[in-house]
Design a protein around this ligand. Sequence first.
Ligand code: BTN
Length: 249
Amino acid sequence: MDPLAPDAVVPRLRGRFGQPYLYAYECASTQRLLLDSSLPEGAVAVAEHQTAGRGRQGRSWLAPPGTALLVSVLLRPPPERCAPELSLVAGLAVAEALEETTGARAELKWPNDVLIGGAKVAGILAELRRHVVVGIGVNVSQTEEELPTDAPTPAGSLQTVTGTAPDRVALLAAVLERLERRYDEWLRGSLASLHDEIAARDALRGRPVRLDGRTLVAKRILADGRLEVAAPDGTVHALDSGEVSLGRP
Ligand code: BTN
């Protein structure tokens, strides 16, 4: 069974993302298919199953075959542009695509997670070489038992959080279309051009977060993509990378 094979997907793609469309039923990681590639911007790699799927901060990304959307997209932004911003650009695009296909409100947990109902249903991994490979993993039809239990943010699938698993071809087409649109806006302008939409989906705003054993309050995502946080002594800092976890209210 190859639901995401090129003959099912390519006719549904309307833009330049997905040209070419590389498909493997199984591979180590879709990121690896593009990291050393000379393919043009917009090349996409998709698999039904990864044997060594990669998450952020050296973690692995696991999903039973056929239950997730596992996709990597090759981007060639000008070298002076700030590649880490692409996690937020892609997060916004994925949130919009999830909302379009499920009808459920999707939020961003800075810097790279997409949440529905407080559960992490998608993660973004942007890796930089001479080009950028943006990896997107969406949990689609996993049962509770098939989801990771040790993740810093509780994991959900679209099935567990909305009660329905959407068609993955439709979801993939929506993700690529939204990503192309948001990436082009970012290229023409800056992250600030997308800031209102990103800020409107900020899942951390005003909430206590944990960072390196300390509890801080997340204030907002800034127009340059950093996360503004307030420390207990009242000082305000801007984080430009790393990972915060939701703390207790
Ligand atoms: C994270 O939340 O830690 C990021 C997860 C990114 C997972 C995707 S699945 C497709 C692509 N291939 C990988 O090996 N990782 C990314």
